[in-house]
Design a protein. Structure first.
Length: 278
């Protein structure tokens, strides 16, 4: 299936070089050595702006569904996210969708008596197909927050964190948010212990001493933290114990936004325990 190419003309028109070219005669750019240097700098700046625009567009495409109407939904179970050309498990595969991919639900169909439910979805303005209903969750559909909570509870480690992040980003009004926030923080704290062990095994003390940078900078730049950072999780490094700990942000949100929820008492206990470790 063909893909729409970016509008390079529109992207370039917003770069610093575009306004420069509109006001300067092109021939004069090469009249002096200084002008040639200026031209090279502007060209490099324009290329950098274009590359950044394309990168941002790719990231936004994953987060946002195409603006064509329908109900917003997001892929929560990538194991089932096979986009097909018909509402059948044996239909031709159009493409596989990754977890977190936004789509628009534009139709639905139940296959057979007591069979599977499929959604007709739009992935882009040109790409459409059928997805098994369990692959996605939509804040516009009653019960989808409960469905996603069951999936989160059945997940482990980073998968649980990633799916909880999807919930928090897409279900802002769900009464289940305090439950998710507590799970999110608990899994982040468990991840801190694992990351501490991995960092201790992979970071060589002799090399760190020879590098001359502060000890915490090596730990807080540890590459296994990257994927957690992208999920909005921040870790604090305890220098004396040489360990990571979760900063407790999701538990603080429970106390701030859901102080009367059953999870508030548990969140306060966890924050007290964090404070005692300082």
């Amino acid at each position: 299936m063909s893909r729409r190419l970016p509008d390079f003309t529109r992207v370039f028109s917003s770069t610093p070089a575009a306004s420069f070219f509109s006001t300067q005669p092109v021939a004069s750019l090469f009249s002096t050595r200084a002008s040639r240097t200026t031209f090279k700098v502007l060209l490099l700046v324009s290329c950098a702006c274009l590359l950044q625009s394309l990168t941002d567009a790719h990231a936004q495409r994953k987060r946002r569904a195409p603006s064509i109407g329908g109900q917003h939904a997001v892929v929560v179970d990538e194991r089932l996210a096979a986009l097909r050309d018909a509402p059948q498990l044996t239909a031709t595969l159009v493409q596989r969708l990754g977890r977190g991919r936004a789509v628009s639900i534009i139709g639905a169909r139940r296959v057979g008596d007591g069979g599977l439910n499929f959604y007709r979805v739009a992935v882009t303005r040109r790409t459409r197909g059928w997805l098994q209903a369990e692959a996605v969750a939509s804040p516009a559909r009653v019960g989808d927050d409960e469905k996603l909570l069951r999936l989160i509870r059945g997940s482990e480690e980073f998968d649980r964190i990633a799916r909880a992040r999807i919930f928090l980003d897409n279900f802002p009004r769900s009464p289940l948010r305090p439950v998710i926030l507590l799970l999110f923080g608990d899994e982040a704290e468990a991840a801190a212990s694992k990351l501490t062990r991995d960092a201790a095994r992979r970071l060589d003390e002799g090399e760190m001493a020879a590098g001359g940078a502060p000890l915490e900078s090596y730990f807080l730049n540890f590459n296994e933290l990257d994927r957690y950072n992208k999920q909005g999780i921040k870790f604090v490094f305890e220098r004396a114990a040489k360990r990571f700990r979760y900063d407790g942000e999701s538990w603080r949100e429970i106390l701030k936004r859901h102080p009367r929820s059953p999870e508030a008492a548990e969140a306060r206990q966890r924050l007290d325990a964090l404070a005692a470790k300082k």
